[in-house]
Design a protein around this ligand. Structure first.
Ligand code: ARG
Length: 462
């Protein structure tokens, strides 16, 4: 068991099959710099506790720095015999500073409290990156909204024409959930950076008088885990992070689906920029919304990462179990997925070219102004129940005649109801309809302009 972190009580080394199953360096090696930072902090704690002389501590720091430099130069690699990043870095440190000194560093810590801390540190860094990328997408949506403040479109419920809305209003409806995701990440960061599990040892804490607060401060945490069993065994921080990533994927997928629909010939609402769309290997005419489709597909993957991690955690007894090694790949994958998806998706959104004439033409179709007729009647003193009936009768009459609401003659209107005077036509325009929805959050141009300012202000503070 030469070179292993354990082995004193074993007669024989692990089988190659066990090694192959157990090994995690192919995915946890990316935690190298976090592991080294933890070791620096731990060396300080050992020094402060009188377990490393000042000279020895300085030599350990120098050795760790040398490893970091080699890693950053791409010259540090795990060996096939290394079980995980922690074991590999201990072996490499022993090579740097000698077995006598290197062998002192492990006192009072365990891979269990190390990994619980390092994973938090890694995710904290990447949560910043993901937040930034989501904010870039919010900004692209805000820019498109600003560029189309006056444009109208058919607003839909059940995918059926419902009421006309502003295109900018609709685009901002995709931006707000993304801002909430950014807020979720900030909230998650506050909770996750509050507790460093380092110092919890394997599960029970350390007996060497080490100061976990010192380690926490060095690593940028606000405090330490109040319970070493919880600190080493809990992974709710990873699961919550995976949830927010999944929610971002879901929110993006809803816009993705609309872009896919909008870019069909049948909708014809939007054209994709050549640099942000793909062709077909056989059909020369094709222009495909692959970014949006990949976004839709990757949402499933992000949900899968969350579901997989939660399933690993379900009914897992305290404290550390090796099952927990399965915590890393799902969250690493979620981070990698979003960090490659979001820039592409943002580029696609920023370069969408809307056919606002087409949208304006379709906005009043499908009798989407029927509610305006009903609400006009209400303003004329008609009870809404009756007004709804009357407006419905207008739609039925139009369907019989094959015309639109504003094409009903004065006489046809009067036949449907004596309340329907020619003045009703004042509300039978898309512009009139959207302008009338002027309560907070409504689609009236003045409200949407305010909404855009509000969004930009919230995003600036995020
Ligand atoms: N590589 C392990 C993990 O990722 C940490 C090591 C803990 N192993 C152990 N046998 N206690 O969870």
């Amino acid at each position: 068991n030469e070179g292993k972190l354990w082995g004193g009580r074993f007669d024989s080394g692990p089988s190659p099959e066990l090694d192959a199953l157990s090994r995690s360096t192919h995915f946890d090696w990316r935690l190298t710099l976090y592991d080294l930072a933890g070791s620096h902090a731990h060396a300080k704690a050992l020094g402060a506790a009188g377990l490393l002389s000042a000279d020895d501590e300085a030599a350990v720091h120098a050795g760790l720095d040398a490893l970091a430099r080699r890693y950053e130069a791409g010259e540090l690699h795990p060996d096939p015999s290394d079980e995980d990043v922690h074991g590999a870095l201990e072996r490499l440190l022993l090579e740097e500073v000698g077995p006598e000194l290197g062998g002192r560093l492990r006192a009072g810590r365990s891979r269990n409290d190390q990994i619980a801390t390092l994973l938090r540190s890694f995710l904290l860094d990447h949560s910043d990156v993901v937040s930034r990328l989501v904010l870039d997408l919010v900004e692209a949506l805000a820019e498109q909204a600003r560029a189309h403040l006056g444009a109208v479109m058919p607003g839909r419920t059940h995918l059926q024409h419902a009421q006309p809305v502003l295109l900018s209003h609709h685009l901002l409806a995709h931006a707000w959930p993304l801002l909430r995701d950014v807020d979720r990440l900030a909230d998650w960061r506050r909770r996750t950076s509050a507790e460093s599990p380092y110092g919890g040892g394997a599960l029970a804490g350390n007996s060497l008088g080490l100061d976990p607060e010192l380690v926490a401060r060095e690593l940028g945490f606000a405090g330490t885990s109040p319970n070493s069993i919880d600190g080493t065994a809990a992974r709710d921080a990873a699961a919550e992070f995976a949830y927010v990533c999944a929610q971002i994927g879901i929110d993006v997928s809803r816009l993705a689906e609309e872009v896919i629909l909008w870019s069909t010939r049948e909708f014809g609402f939007v054209r994709l920029h050549d640099s942000w769309s793909t062709g077909s290997s056989i059909m020369p005419q094709k222009k495909n919304p692959d970014i949006a489709e990949l976004a839709r597909g990757k949402a499933g993957r992000l949900v899968g990462n969350l579901a997989g991690l939660l399933t690993t955690l379900k009914a897992l007894p305290l404290a550390y179990n090796r099952d927990l090694q399965e915590d890393k790949e799902p969250v690493f994958d979620s981070v990698d997925t979003l960090e490659v998806l979001l820039p592409a998706f943002t580029g696609m959104v920023a370069t969408l070219v809307f056919d606002t004439d087409r949208m304006a033409e379709l906005a009043p179709q499908g009798f989407s102004l029927a509610t305006d007729v009903a609400e006009w009647l209400v303003r004329e003193g008609v009870p809404f129940r009756i007004a709804h009936e009357v407006a419905g009768a207008c739609v039925r009459r139009c369907e019989e005649l094959g015309c639109e609401l504003d094409e009903l003659t004065d006489e046809q209107l009067r036949e449907i109801s004596p309340h329907l005077t020619p003045e009703v036509r004042d509300v039978l325009t898309v512009e009139g309809s959207v302008a009338s929805r002027s309560g907070r959050g409504g689609t009236a141009p003045v409200r949407v302009a305010e909404q855009l300012d509000e969004l930009v202000a919230v995003a600036a503070k995020a």
